[in-house]
Design a binder for this molecule. Structure first.
Ligand code: BYC
Length: 333
């Protein structure tokens, strides 16, 4: 999947003969012409670093995102709910794998990304530092968290870097299914008893604002947006995506008969948008600094998985070494 559409040799030969400035001009012309950049094409070092940062952060989010949902594997209310939850969690693991593979094409190893994650050098989405306290949270994560993820990822299908854009196509299809599955869980709760509906409302109360924060800081405070938009890694800004998400989601909440926990939320007839209250950026900063409700728990779980899986890595390496030595002996004979 990730080796499709590699650049043609003529293009590569041309870039070798050029200096860095000309290479950059040619690179920007390709970006402006909406051409896809492939792994063995020339690219500025900062473009490569930005992609490694964003794609590995995205992959880490998928893998860490399995943990809060996994908390409900043993307590799903019915067999059908359990089967769909397990399938969703497996999908997230698969998304992590496509994304780590896409990042590897940029010259970073899987081991290095894993090391950066467990040592806290690489980020993952703020949203996964919140706990899943009730079954309704599984519905809310599907509806709001996967919903926000789709809003952010649909434009990434048009990202300038080929392997990332192609990985996103399949990820978005699967996330759409997750979003519907989550909404259907909430629909069942909202059509159920008063207690079930109250459980759904309590869950939305906790997850609404963290979901809104998933889109990142306001455009004016976003460090990477201008450059990432110029490189067409990001196609729509943090604030524009957040607004699109809110506009799509508020009517869905109303259909469920649930309140959005924002007293300032109101529809502006002139603009056609839902206006919303102030986001608590202090909370966002605290979560990013490692002080969210579950940061330590999440990293401890990943570190344990890494330590527990070490023997598999060691066995695979020992096997590969033995195979290589055998092949070398055969050749020498
Ligand atoms: N959480 O300049 P900005 C999913 C950081 S998982 C943590 O705007 P950028 C799913 C940002 O990294 C969905 N950190 O940055 C899985 C930067 O810090 P550094 C995950 C955040 O990169 C399981 C600083 O703030 N999706 O689908 O231009 C179950 C300044 O921000 C966050 C992706 O990762 C945050 N929310 O834009 C269910 C999508 N926001 O690196 C669902 C791909 C910002 O300078 N990523 N920061 O130290 C992106 O689209 C972009 O990276 C972002 C941020 C929009 C997130």
């Amino acid at each position: 999947m990730y080796t499709q559409a590699l650049n043609d040799p003529a293009n590569k030969a041309a870039t070798v003969a050029e200096g860095e400035e000309e290479q950059n001009v040619r690179f920007m012309a390709r970006i402006d012409a909406d051409e896809k950049i492939e792994p063995n094409d020339w690219m500025p070092d900062s473009y490569r670093k930005t992609l490694i940062r964003q794609i590995s952060q995205h992959a880490n989010s998928e893998i860490i995102g399995m943990l809060p949902e996994g908390n409900w594997n043993t307590r799903a209310p019915t067999l059908r709910r359990k089967a769909t939850l397990l399938a969703k969690i497996q999908d997230e693991g698969g998304h992590g794998l496509y994304l780590y593979s896409a990042a590897e094409t940029l010259g970073i190893s899987r081991e290095e990304m894993e090391h950066q994650l467990i040592t806290g050098k690489a980020r993952y989405s703020s949203i996964f530092n919140y706990p899943t306290l009730s079954w309704a949270d599984i519905g809310t994560i599907g509806w709001l968290v996967d919903g926000a993820a789709i809003m952010n990822q649909i434009p990434l299908c048009r990202c300038s870097f080929g392997p990332y854009a192609r990985a996103m196509v399949r990820v978005c299809k699967e996330e759409s299914f997750h979003q519907r599955q989550g909404y259907e869980i909430l629909l069942a709760l909202c059509n159920g008893s008063d207690e079930q509906k109250a459980m759904a409302q309590e869950s939305i109360n906790r997850w609404w604002w963290p979901s809104i924060m998933m889109f990142g800081p306001h455009d004016t405070d976003s460090t990477h947006s201008d450059q990432s938009m110029a490189w067409k890694i990001k196609r729509i800004s943090n604030d524009d995506l957040r607004q699109k998400f809110i506009d799509a989601t508020v009517p869905q909440a109303h259909f469920l008969g649930l309140e959005i926990p924002d007293p300032d939320m109101k529809f502006n007839q002139e603009t056609g948008h839902w206006e919303f209250g102030k986001i608590d950026w202090d909370e966002f900063k605290q979560v990013l600094a490692g002080n969210g409700p579950c940061n330590r728990e999440r990293l401890a779980a990943r570190t344990k998985a890494f330590e527990d899986g070490k023997w598999v890595q060691e066995a695979a390496l020992a096997h590969a070494k033995k195979q290589a030595a055998r092949a070398a002996n055969k050749e020498a004979a």
